[in-house]
Design a protein around this ligand. Structure first.
Ligand SMILES: N[C@@H](CCC(=O)N[C@@H](CS)C(=O)NCC(=O)O)C(=O)O
Length: 220
């Protein structure tokens, strides 16, 4: 085994980034120890845009994970890599139909919601319009997620085991709250979010428990 394969993984992360949070949950669930290298998305116009970090992630976004001598970007690709290399505590069900449902929910969130309310898009939309814009896209996506969950959910998003879909859902609910989205029309989403609130892997990954979370913030 090479040295790089046994080195502790390094996660480039921002405390409030929902995409970093997905990966933090997956690492925690699989009990993979890792170090965090904070990348501030706001300091000095955003550290994600500096030359040094662009070498790590050419998309100038977090997360990125250094693991097994590789640098990986894209939260879903990272979670799949973890699943394929660290099969302990699986994040995908055995059943192929259930797997498809997990991927469906992940895609709605990771392609259909989060990119539209990402920082770089909101900056483009402008201060005045950004709240309404984010609410629009989160609401549209959550309508679809709630519908899918109405047939897929058990205790969690798909059945009674925690999957990648749950890793994506909880951070997106946090974002929805940040933008004051009315969540009352989504009782299944709310129930699952509540269910996972006290799970240790989810708690440890929460923004308020990150080393770069500003100390003045509530819940810290
Ligand atoms: N598809 C990417 C999206 C990554 C992404 O949008 N990251 C956000 C934080 S959640 C970011 O770094 N935003 C910085 C920016 O918009 O400048 C993934 O899933 O990893």
């Amino acid at each position: 085994m090479t040295l790089s394969a046994i080195a502790k993984p390094i996660l480039y992360s921002y405390w409030r980034s929902s995409c970093s949070w997905r990966v933090r949950i997956a690492l925690n669930l699989k009990e993979i120890p890792y170090d965090i290298k904070p990348i501030s998305l706001i300091k000095s116009g955003g550290e994600q845009h500096c030359n040094e970090y662009r070498e790590v992630n050419p998309m100038e976004q977090v997360p990125a994970l250094q693991i097994d001598g590789h640098t990986l970007i894209e939260s879903l690709a990272i979670m799949h890599y973890l699943e394929e290399t660290r099969p302990q505590r699986p994040l995908l069900p055995q059943d192929v139909h259930k797997r498809a449902k997990v991927r469906e929910i992940c895609e709605i969130i990771c392609s259909g919601i989060q990119p539209l309310q990402n920082l770089i898009v909101l900056i483009h939309v402008g201060e005045e319009k950004k709240k309404e814009w984010a609410q629009h896209w989160i609401t549209r996506g959550f309508r679809a997620v709630e519908k899918v969950l109405s047939t897929s959910a058990g205790k969690y998003c798909v059945g009674d085991e925690i999957t990648m879909a749950d890793c994506c859902l909880v951070p997106q609910v946090f974002n929805a709250r940040r933008f004051h989205v009315d969540l009352r029309p989504y009782p299944i989403i709310l129930r699952i979010d509540r269910e996972l609130e006290s799970n240790p892997a989810f708690r440890a990954a929460h923004p308020s428990n990150q080393p770069d979370c500003p100390p003045e913030l509530p819940n810290k």
